[in-house]
Design a protein around this ligand. Sequence first.
Ligand code: T4K
Length: 377
Amino acid sequence: MITEVTSVEDKILVTRSSMPDMDEYMDEIRSIWDLRWLTNMGPKHEEFKKELTKYLGVDNVELLVNGHLALEMTMQAMGLKGDVITTPFTFVSTTHAIVRCGLNPVFCDIDPWDYTINADKLESVLTRDTCAVMPVHVYGNICNIEAIDDFAKKHGLKVIYDAAHTFGETYKGKGIGSFGDASCFSFHATKVFHTIEGGCVCYRDDSLKDALYAVKDFGFNDPEDAGYIGGNAKMNEFCAAMGLCNLRHVDDDIAKRRVVYERYNERLDGIKGIGLNDPQADVKSNYAYYPVVFDPGIFGADRDTVLEKLNENGIMARRYFYPATNAMSCYKGMFDPDETPVAKMMSERVLTLPIYPDLDTVTVDRICDVIIGLSKE
Ligand code: T4K
């Protein structure tokens, strides 16, 4: 059985939250104390939104309480109805968001090289009721943006990217949030950039502004009257303050992640039966995750045996993303995971290794030694 994390002490976890200097955060929150304005789009919220819009290189940003509700609120604000083509190789949030919005997920298989939705298969899963595509830039790997765009234009569909893993990335020099009709980011504590909990949606069409602003605040578009059946998904002032601090350091963090990432590459590249993540053309990466695919027949051990051995050594790698979302027990009988065989296979073979800015080379080497020790070579 795979060991669960029971204590963070003396374990190497899959990630660790980046923290600003405590004094920096204290300075940032001082004015919140003075003002006693804690939430409901206060001054920190507005300042963070402005800074973020600049950093991401996008036209429009709406801040939200987390990445999951960014997905839900975006679909609600767009007034979607019907089927949404998506991928099962993702964190379960993507699928849940579609279902919780009363929409029907239609699963398209993934590309085995970068784990993102296979754009060549989109036509084969199109239905009469398809209203949108929700692809995921998995592990920070960018989807086939041009092909998805062509497909969506041809059929009059919306494209909402789940961009939870892609903070700070660019494609062909443009902020990744500027593609599609909308891109939803997660600022969860485990992400490259975080606001403790938080998220945002970047969107193209200015006319979405009022709807997005309203649906995250109970649907109020007037101080007393609700024009939408909204929820509560507002980012509070303390989270916005954390965002302002972390934004000053995120580029340094990404540079440090790159060092970790490259050390893994040096040690693991060329080992038979291990598949590494290929760099993508025209993409500035954020090195969010370090996925490794184990081919049991060639490597000599299957993914779960590798995980067990790592766990025995206090290394808490994770099976992101297993099972594929269409195989989760809450969806039993609703979807057939065999219809997306590549996603199914990848979910059974992939392991994400620890990566965070201050993970030192000695530890990376220790992790690699455990893995290499299991290889048949
Ligand atoms: N779409 C995609 C593609 C996503 O990956 C996610 C979230 C979403 C949408 C939804 O966004 P949010 O609504 O969450 O903003 C984690 C995160 O909770 C989740 O945000 C993330 N994806 C998912 C991939 O991973 P768990 O259950 O694996 O987290 P947990 O608590 O086991 O933490 C993992 C490791 O992170 C720990 O071993 C140690 C470290 N950690 C964790 C926490 C909570 C810290 O260092 N600090 C912390 O505060 O889900």
